[in-house]
Write a protein that binds this ligand. Structure first.
Ligand code: GLU
Length: 396
């Protein structure tokens, strides 16, 4: 290495750190320093992982399940995941399932397995912060389709058609969405998937929030729409958001055997397997489905109450208008009337009122901020008072 050359690669120099994790780290550091911060930053449930999952993990650890496992996951877990999907209208075998260290890794490996340098990847905006960076790490080119709150943050088949070029390889879908909480209806998704399949695209359907849906609505999986769809859609999910297991790093992927094998090969050369005993904790979800359902129902009740509290509170603040999300645990209020960039709005909100939120610019949507309501009711109540106070000062 010459003295003047940088120690960093092109990839390292160009990568932006995750803004959601950065805001969360800042809020946690302020809290640790004794500041009374209201954290609406990272999408991390405030509940503990259900006891029966932790017990299964601890049992496996104590029984010596501490060695390498097969790269794509322990057979019992892959089988249980395949059965779960088959119960939802899929038709897959365990050989089409890969368990990875976190839904994030499942997404990244999907992109690495399907996108070659120069390939274009269509990403509807607002998008989750990591998709464009992952595409760039694979040498791909992210192409965005913008949606606003006026259209419920959803793209149309016509917009998709117009964005497709001969270089397009992959479309990323995420319903319910992070950061908006928007949920596509089955008819809306079918129309979009139709366009993508006719154009020969692959689709990564990130369904990490599949169980967090409100207002009596239902989600659906594009892979179940048709035989072609089952061959073109890679379905990604995980345990983090549903069972409050963010730190466990437990993601899942279901795809054709060809793509699942490629993902497993990439994983075998990079992270090997997911932590052995953690996989037994995840397996308990399927072995004790009644307990899992009860835990989820309980958490959903709390999320729903908090969603409506935050939604009503935000819409009551002059200058803010907020779309009513139907899924995940985020609200994405419009702050355009204040005339500040979302970065400045969030920086000042944290500095003046100790409220942590993520700027919309991080999600490719200027003029909005993201608030996670996966936090205590008391934090939401206190945070709303502070946001109202902040906004009233901006309006003066
Ligand atoms: N996915 C969560 C969020 O958007 C956790 C942080 C991250 O991985 O981005 O807040």
């Amino acid at each position: 290495m010459s003295q003047t050359s940088s120690p960093l690669s092109t990839w390292a120099k160009n990568i932006a750190p995750s803004p959601t994790l950065a805001v969360d780290a800042k809020a946690k550091a302020l809290k640790a320093a004794g500041k009374d911060v209201c954290g609406f930053g990272a999408g991390e449930p405030d509940f503990d992982t259900p006891a029966f999952i932790k017990e299964a993990c601890a049992k496996a650890l104590n029984e010596g399940q501490t060695k390498y496992t097969p790269t794509p996951g322990i057979p019992a877990l892959r089988k249980a995941i395949a059965e779960y999907y088959n119960g939802r209208g899929f038709s897959v075998t365990e050989g089409q399932v890969v368990v990875s260290p976190g839904g994030k890794m499942s997404c990244y490996l999907t992109i690495l397995a399907t996108v070659s340098p120069g390939d274009e990847v269509i990403i509807p905006a607002p998008y989750w912060v990591s998709y464009p960076e992952m595409v760039k790490l694979a040498g791909g080119v992210p192409k965005f389709i913008a949606a606003e709150d006026s259209t419920g943050f959803k793209i149309t088949p016509e917009q998709l058609k117009a964005a497709i070029t001969p270089k397009t390889k992959l479309l990323i879908l995420n319903s319910p969405s992070n950061p908006t909480g928007a949920l596509y209806s089955e008819a809306e998704l079918r129309a979009i998937v139709d366009v993508a399949i006719k154009a020969g695209l692959l689709i990564m359907s990130d369904e990490i929030y599949e169980h967090l849906i409100y207002d009596g609505q239902k989600g659906c999986s594009p892979a179940t729409f048709s035989k072609e769809a089952s061959e073109r859609v890679i379905t990604v999910s995980g345990f983090a958001k549903t069972y409050s297991m963010t730190g466990w790093r437990m993601g899942t992927l279901v795809a054709t055997k060809e793509i699942a094998t490629a993902v497993a090969d990439l994983q075998s050369q990079t992270t090997s397997n997911v932590t052995s005993f953690a996989q037994y904790g995840a397996l308990a979800v399927y072995q004790h489905i009644d307990k899992a359902r009860a835990a989820l129902t309980e958490m959903l009740t709390h999320f729903d109450r908090r969603r409506l509290k935050l939604y009503d509170g935000l819409n009551a603040i002059p200058g803010i208008s907020c779309y009513r999300s139907q899924g995940a645990f985020y609200l994405f209020p419009n702050i355009k009337s204040f005339g500040l960039s979302s970065n400045e709005f969030c920086a000042r909100l944290l500095e003046d009122e100790l409220v942590a939120a993520v700027p919309g610019s991080a999600f490719g949507a200027e003029g909005y901020i993201r608030l996670s309501y996966a936090t205590a009711d008391a934090t939401i109540e206190k945070g709303l008072v502070r946001i109202a106070n902040f906004c009233s000062k901006l309006k003066k």
